[in-house]
Design a binder for this molecule. Structure first.
Ligand code: ADP
Ligand code: MG
Length: 380
């Protein structure tokens, strides 16, 4: 574990940002983005773009690859990190970078600092990293097949995490305070406590057990299930109070497999207490005991975080929370060359608009960010 390599943030220009964003937008519909398409989307002079693309490859923010049918550029992990971190920096949400403090199932966790120098937590979502091009055929808004890439999955994962964390925090659940997010990155308060994995003794074992079970029930009564309620996702403050983290896989209690995941969360706690503290109790919650008193699940769907059912489904599949549906098993066809002739003008227009949005959004100060701007950003 080391430092986040952010030296590149210092010397890259607005044009670099624009070109990287153009590749990002092109990648929504194509695995590789040919130079001329990148230039058209970036809306800069072709000659200039070519030079910028070369430089970005040299710094490994992009890579140039040979596909089966055409060649083109692809955003690297580092390139995507750069886009998100640059946006968060321009907006003043982050001002310096520190060390990695954790590695999760699907993320890297760093300590960074805000403009006052207060340490905060940065979570970079990395879905599909075992296979770099973990791609699944999807249909885009024109009904054409395209790939659901790690870019798309990591971004929904972070967005979903931020949405749930916000809704939970507003209701006073013991979760870190969400601060900001961009693309696959989430900023939140640094929890002052110990990961449960490192806790081997408790002053009041039954009390912590009850706190955890009550937390599961309170979530359930609000309409949600954490879905991964284990010692890796629980932290304990010095006062012995649990803080829950890690939310992208959360689901509604109305989900078809809700009871299964509810029981699994409950059993995680029982198993952990049996194993770590030799503690067993006959007292544990059942799904049928839940009494709904809130619609947190519905709020996360509707408050303008821009989730479609399909996005939701893609992510939950990735987390193994729902079965992969038959027609999404891919026959692996590759898209045709998105040369300027085949890429519809409307697509270029759409991508250009998205690049402008990204550029504007990244330069807006957090105070200027209306809910509306956030919505437009997420929906783009
Ligand atoms: P993943 O989704 O990859 O499992 P997590 O959100 O569970 O990622 O974070 C991984 C680890 O990073 C946690 O187990 C914890 O040790 C640490 N961590 C995550 N969020 C925070 C935070 N807000 N404050 C302090 N440590 C954190
Ligand atoms: Mg985790």
């Amino acid at each position: 574990m080391g430092k986040l390599n952010v030296t590149v943030l210092r010397y890259l220009t607005k044009e670099d940002f624009r070109v990287l964003t153009a590749i990002e937008m092109g990648m929504k519909n194509h695995e590789l983005v040919p130079g001329p398409l990148a230039a058209a989307i970036a809306n800069l002079k072709t000659g200039g773009v070519h030079k910028l693309l070369k430089e970005l490859c040299k710094h490994k923010l992009l890579s140039y690859e040979r596909g089966k049918k055409y060649d083109g550029y692809r955003l690297t992990n580092t390139g995507y990190d750069y886009l998100a971190l640059k946006s968060l920096t321009l907006r003043g949400s982050v001002s310096s970078f520190g060390n990695q403090i954790g590695i999760g199932k699907e993320s890297n966790i760093y300590v960074v600092a805000d403009e006052e120098g207060t340490p905060i937590c940065l979570k970079l979502h990395r879905l599909g990293r075992t296979c770099f091009r973990n791609v699944k055929a999807k249909r885009d808004y024109h009904g054409r097949r395209h790939k659901a890439s790690w870019l798309y999955l990591s971004r929904i994962s972070a967005t979903r995490e931020f949405a749930y964390m916000s809704a939970l925090h507003e209701r006073g659940f013991p979760v870190p305070k969400p601060i900001d997010f961009n693309r696959h990155c989430v900023l939140m308060d640094l929890v002052n406590g110990w990961p449960m994995t490192q806790v081997h003794e408790l002053l009041d074992i039954p009390q912590v057990y009850d706190d955890l079970m009550n937390l599961i029930v309170r979530l359930g009564n609000s309409g949600v299930i954490h879905g991964d309620f284990n010692e890796f996702n629980l932290m304990l403050t010095d006062a012995g109070k649990p803080i829950l983290i890690d939310f992208p896989q959360m689901m509604s209690t109305s989900h078809e497999n809700a009871e299964f995941f509810f029981d699994r969360d409950v059993n995680c706690v029982r198993e952990m207490f049996r194993r770590k503290f030799a503690y067993e109790s006959e007292d544990y919650p059942k799904f049928s005991d839940l009494v709904r008193d809130d619609d947190l699940d519905a709020e996360v769907h509707c408050t303008g975080y821009g989730f479609t059912k399909e996005m939701e489904q893609d992510l939950l599949q990735e987390y193994g929370m729902v079965e992969q549906s038959e027609d999404e098993e891919d026959e692996g066809e590759e898209d045709e060359a998105p040369a300027l002739v085949t890429a519809a003008a409307v697509e270029i227009d759409e991508c250009r608009r998205q690049v402008e949005n990204e550029v504007l959004y990244s330069e807006a100060k957090p105070a200027q960010k209306s809910d509306d701007a956030i919505r437009r950003y997420i929906e783009s």
